[in-house]
Design a binder for this molecule. Structure first.
Ligand SMILES: NC(=O)C1=CN([C@@H]2O[C@H](COP(=O)(O)OP(=O)(O)OC[C@H]3O[C@@H](n4cnc5c(N)ncnc54)[C@H](OP(=O)(O)O)[C@@H]3O)[C@@H](O)[C@H]2O)C=CC1
Ligand SMILES: N[C@@H](CC=O)C(=O)O
Ligand code: NA
Length: 433
């Protein structure tokens, strides 16, 4: 007899899980009209069954026994929104071996173990979708694997962490300093009480590993993403950047040239004429450069109960449509492009530097010579008095140069006595794009 009802096992009933439950309840009829099947949350796995929740569920729907879900013959699809890595991975692999389709919002898990999860899904003819794992409510993974599948993507730049974008926006607009704005982001619930993954760039790196795997069709490993966070950013850097026409953003950058790729996350000065410079507060955006399509930008909420749940439930709609058509597991394409990573000699970008130097005749010539010795030329130089005129502050904007050359310059600065301190060095993007 043909199925008329799809039963879902929900793992986790926190922020995102609650949103998934609400959307499925509220949009029952639309979901049925789109898929031809009724969708029902059958059981929900939680840690604490006695916890007070602001949403009511039928008696016995909540369980703390994972087997009620993983080994239930009635459940067809697992929605994993509990977070965590090892335990969650074992639940997902078991679910796939039990021929249950999987939807997850878990970027930590997919960035580390996505390859194994997807190959287990293929072996079991199951679907795995994870749209909510990158840029919460923005349908960016679907855009890469469907909307832009006919194109060759050369570059993706993303503001993919809402917490740090909120912090940098506040530092830029209100001149707040780092510690002050971090405390505010924690009080508002954007940053975790341990905000390391957000501010040190690890959360963004996980999302960039997922984006580059799908965009470039390579098996990108998390440890191959170069990561630098925002914990050493100062309000002075932001103000100087602004005075020269740049906003400072934590950018994930994935770039491909001549079949070689580089993927990184770092605070980056982006020219105010670039659309990413106008992405403020907790919003996310991903800017994509395709050979054929040109430039496209995807913008929206990167987190939050209902935006994130929208992506999860849309994945569920795809799984259920596939069930109706009997096409589950056919859409999961393994990375098929051989991965070649760029060396530091092959990574090119422009840079913004700020340094404190002696206020003496010839200092600028020394600085210029050092950069010229390593093939780096300047687009802009600003010099001004520092520390009451006892020293000078130099701000430099370079032309395109190799990362290896810039690293050498920074190393050699230490031995030049007229250069007292390199205050900051940022990658620069967005001009003349
Ligand atoms: N919040 C957001 O805006 C976004 C979240 N995500 C991802 O979605 C996932 C869920 O996030 P979120 O909803 O914020 O998390 P929450 O902390 O709000 O909820 C987690 C839920 O999972 C349950 N849970 C956690 N650990 C266990 C365990 N060991 N055994 C049983 N149940 C457990 C908790 O149970 P109990 O209720 O009993 O405590 C809770 O219901 C994460 O992977 C996160 O990275 C992705 C994009 C945005
Ligand atoms: N901590 C993340 C939440 C969503 O993934 C962020 O700040 O973007
Ligand atoms: Na998304």
């Amino acid at each position: 007899m043909e199925k008329s009802l799809v039963k879902v096992g929900l793992l986790g009933f926190g922020t995102v899980g609650t949103g998934v439950y609400r959307i499925i309840q509220a949009h029952q009829e639309d979901l049925w009209k789109q898929t031809g099947l009724h969708i029902e949350i059958h059981r929900i796995f939680v840690k604490d069954i006695h916890k007070t929740r602001d949403i009511s569920t039928p008696t016995n729907m909540l369980t703390t026994n994972i087997d009620d879900i993983l080994h239930s013959d009635e459940i067809d699809v697992i929605v994993e929104v509990m977070g965590g890595i090892e335990q969650t991975k074992s639940y997902i692999l078991t679910a796939l071996e039990q021929k249950k389709h999987v939807i997850t919002a878990n970027k930590d898990l997919m960035a580390l173990h996505g390859g194994e999860i997807l190959s287990t899904a293929r072996a079991n003819n199951c679907d795995v979708f994870y749209e909510a794992s990158v840029a919460g409510g923005i349908p960016i993974l679907r855009a890469l694997v469907e909307g832009l599948s006919s194109d060759r993507i050369n570059k993706m730049m993303g503001i993919v962490n809402g917490t740090t974008n909120y912090m940098l926006s506040k530092m830029s607009k209100e001149g707040m300093d780092y510690q002050e704005v971090l405390a505010e982001a924690q009080a508002l619930g954007y940053a975790e009480s341990d905000p390391t993954a957000d501010v040190e760039g690890f959360d963004a790196a996980r999302k960039m590993a997922i984006l580059s795997t799908l965009g470039f069709r390579v098996a990108m490993k998390l440890e191959e993403v170069d990561v630098k966070g925002i914990s050493s950013v100062t309000k002075e850097d932001i103000a100087y950047g602004k005075s020269l026409g740049y906003e400072l953003k934590l950018l994930g950058i994935a770039e491909r040239s001549d079949s070689k790729i580089e993927v990184s996350v770092q605070p980056t000065m982006i020219h105010k004429s670039h659309p990413l410079a106008s992405v403020h507060d907790v919003f996310n955006a991903v800017y994509i450069y395709g050979d054929a399509v040109g430039e496209t930008m995807f913008y929206g909420p990167g987190a939050g109960e209902l935006p994130t749940a929208t992506s999860v439930v849309s994945d569920l709609v795809t799984v259920v449509k596939n069930m109706k058509l009997g096409t589950n597991g056919l859409g999961v394409v393994a990375p098929y492009v051989e991965k070649q990573l760029k060396s530091d000699e092959e990574k090119y970008s422009k840079y913004f530097l700020r340094m404190i130097v002696a206020d003496q005749r010839g200092v600028l010539a020394k600085v210029t010579q050092l950069f010229a010795d390593h093939n780096i030329s300047f687009k802009q130089i600003v010099q001004q008095p520092y520390n009451g005129g006892k020293q000078a502050e130099i701000i430099l904007v370079t032309h395109t140069s190799a990362k290896a050359d810039m690293d050498q310059v920074i190393e050699k600065m230490e031995s030049i006595d007229m250069i007292y301190q390199l205050k900051s060095c940022y990658r620069l993007e967005g001009e003349g794009r």
